[in-house]
Design a protein around this ligand. Structure first.
Ligand code: 5GP
Length: 180
């Protein structure tokens, strides 16, 4: 495990992002949609630095991933509680990798006719992008390595780390390999 982003670096960048969003949405109450589970740490830090009054909702999706690869097929496990028709929506995601998950989620949300829809992601693994998707607010562009911490997991562990670290292939292991 190797440190990629320290707690201090993350906190500073999250605060800057919140100030940028507050400036762009001055006088507007956007609906922030956290994509569970990875984004909950980022979202909770982000909203505490906002100087506007957002509403918060959550959506939980499962993307039929293997441990480290996305398939782009998304199933809704928990939908929004509220209607977003006519609202200014900001989707808050932990990491954009191939971009398939967010493309799917954006299409799904656009069909509900929000007034506007923007995307905010803490981490952007740009090298791995398979579909062209605009990320309006990006915390950090990171190299093509598997990361954990600050909400991001490996098999549900490490989400509680206050920093982001990279794991080597040997530390990850695919589930197939563990199955007898
Ligand atoms: P995408 O559809 O953009 O390829 O994948 C997005 C999702 O894959 C993220 O929401 C996250 O759940 C997962 N993911 C992608 N890269 C990583 C990574 O480096 N670490 C962790 N923990 N999850 C990742």
């Amino acid at each position: 495990m190797e440190l990629l982003l320290s707690e201090e670096e993350i906190q500073k960048r999250v605060k800057d992002l919140a100030l940028e969003i507050s400036k762009d949405y001055k006088g507007v109450s956007p609906v922030l949609i956290g994509i569970l589970r990875g984004s909950f740490v980022f979202l909770s830090d982000l909203i505490r630095h906002l100087t506007i009054l957002p509403e918060i909702d959550f959506m939980s999706v499962s993307s039929y991933n293997t441990l480290t690869k996305s398939s782009g097929v998304v199933r809704i496990l928990k939908d929004l509680e509220r209607d977003i028709g006519g609202e200014n929506v900001i989707v808050v995601e932990d990491i954009v990798d191939t971009g398939l998950t967010l493309t799917y989620i954006s299409r799904l949300l656009m069909a509900r006719l929000p007034r506007s829809l923007k995307i905010c992601a803490l981490l952007d693994k740009r090298e791995r992008r398979e579909v062209d998707i605009q990320i309006d607010y990006v915390g950090f562009v990171i190299p093509n390595k598997f990361v954990i911490g600050y909400g991001l997991d490996l098999a549900e562990k490490y989400r509680n780390l206050p920093y982001v670290a990279t794991l080597e292939e040997s530390e990850i292991g695919e589930p197939e390999e563990n199955t007898p």
